[in-house]
Design a protein around this ligand. Structure first.
Ligand code: DLL
Length: 431
């Protein structure tokens, strides 16, 4: 089923014309409303009139997470605060959040994009969907919620964290779809399977994203729950969930190109990469009012193709993500940078800067353990001192990254020193 054929099946020429007109508008908007962009463009010797179509995109400067950090919190907003109806935020590289704002129209566009994605998973009027992404500053919960309501589906706003309640409601309320991270869905599936409750559920589809997952994992989820599972992609800087999603043919994620102009560039040279080759995904938002971004480097690695899909959509498709070009980890859907842990430890002042993060997946739940070196004196008979320091560090890190972690204090020099770039992360998850 296609949500809107006019928007999702236009010819390449029609799409290019639409994108070019919208690009011109957004460039004007940021030039006139965002000092940061105006300066960047002026430094590059550019005026809005120099951008006449998407063929001129390469003239424009890139934006990255540091630009959002440097202008924290509102420096890249292109609408007055009186027009902003919603704020979301995600983690930044050094602990400062990345703040994004939406006008009412932005929320409408976002809801429509999520509605298009949910339609791919067969959600519509008459469906009952459990939204089990986190509600709050994270875009997952409210993003999926508004999209599902836009379709007229019945939404159960579960949020995350209570699997027992979630599975009970899934059964009792006859949920037909669920939106959550893929690792959490696998955990839910295994819980239901172990309790012999799979025959009791009415689930038909799932819309999973916010973290990388494999084709094998999708098939495992589908087989366990007898459903069709769809990959939904997005990032808060660009909008939230619903930037792209895969249809019933599962041959790549369709990008809502009428709102987000994609490019694939080499992370090293920043030059365009041929279709089908893997590189970094870059987006220019074409219709956003609150915080439009020009050539935003997502750091996500994928490839792109423009051929028509069997489903009838002509939208560009990106392949399942192959990783990231930076060191951001995604743990239970939460973005974590090693630098955030380091900043939290250094701020405490009671530990050495030698630490290592170990991520594992146990019963399909991600577990983060941080090993930190502390002075010898903690390993004398003062066990209570060791324990209370452990709890204190756990609380500090949890407050910094918004995720519960296990801390293990280790003796000085027990963490291997590296000759080159320090190894800060051991990721044991097999994706
Ligand atoms: O994760 C938005 C979202 C919520 C997407 C719910 C899908 C579902 P952020 O917290 O800003 O936003 O994290 C964005 O998560 O740059 C990717 O690295 C990763 N990511 C998101 N979706 C996928 C996916 C939300 N389907 C970052 N596959 C992105 C792989 C994904 N990685």
């Amino acid at each position: 089923m296609i949500w809107n054929e006019t928007k999702e099946c236009m010819s390449r020429d029609e799409m290019t014309a639409l994108q070019s007109a919208r690009l011109n508008k957004v460039v004007n908007r940021v030039y006139h409303n965002v000092e940061y962009y105006r300066k960047k463009m002026q430094q590059a010797g550019l005026e809005p009139g120099d951008i006449n179509g998407i063929e001129d995109i390469e003239k424009l400067p890139f934006t990255n997470k540091d630009d959002l950090r440097d202008t924290y919190p509102y420096g890249l907003f292109a609408a007055p605060q009186s027009e902003i109806v919603r704020i979301h935020a995600s983690s930044g590289t050094t602990g400062k959040a990345t703040v994004v704002g939406y006008t009412r129209r932005d929320i409408d566009v976002w809801s429509e994009c999520v509605a298009r994605a949910l339609t791919m998973a067969g959600v519509g009027k008459g469906s009952t969907i459990q939204v089990a992404y986190g509600y709050g500053l994270f875009t997952g919960g409210l993003g999926a919620h508004y999209g599902a309501e836009h379709l007229g589906a019945t939404v159960i706003p579960m949020s995350t964290g209570n699997t027992k309640k979630l599975t009970t409601m899934m059964e009792d309320l006859g949920a037909t779809s669920i939106a959550c991270t893929p690792s959490y869905l696998l955990h839910i599936a295994e819980t239901l399977e172990a309790e012999g409750r799979i025959p009791n559920i009415k689930l038909k589809s799932a819309i999973c994203g916010a973290e990388p997952w494999t084709e094998a994992m999708r098939i495992q989820i589908e087989e366990k729950l007898h459903i069709s599972a769809h990959d939904i992609y997005g990032l808060s800087e660009i909008m939230g969930p619903g930037v792209a999603c895969d249809c019933i043919y599962h041959t790549g994620l369709h990008i809502y190109e009428d709102h987000f102009l994609p490019e694939i560039v080499s992370p090293e040279t920043l030059k365009a990469i041929a279709d089908g080759e893997t590189g970094e995904l870059v987006f220019t938002t074409l219709t956003k009012e609150g915080i439009p971004l020009i050539r935003y480097r997502t750091k996500d690695l994928t490839s792109i193709g423009y051929d028509k899909c069997e489903c009838g959509r002509t939208l560009a498709r990106i392949s399942r993500f192959k990783g990231r070009s930076d060191d951001m980890l995604i743990i239970r859907g939460v973005n974590v940078f090693p630098s955030q842990i380091e900043a939290a430890l250094l701020e405490m002042g009671e530990t050495s800067p030698h630490y290592i993060m170990e991520v594992d997946r146990i019963d399909n739940l991600d577990i983060l353990e941080v090993k930190v070196e502390v002075e010898d004196r903690y390993f004398s008979d003062e066990i209570r001192a060791l324990e209370s320091l452990t709890r204190k560090i756990e609380r500090t890190i949890r407050d910094a990254i918004g995720l519960a972690v296990k801390v293990k204090l280790v003796e000085p020099k027990s963490i291997e020193r590296s000759m080159g770039k320090a190894v800060r992360v051991i990721d044991k998850r097999k994706l």
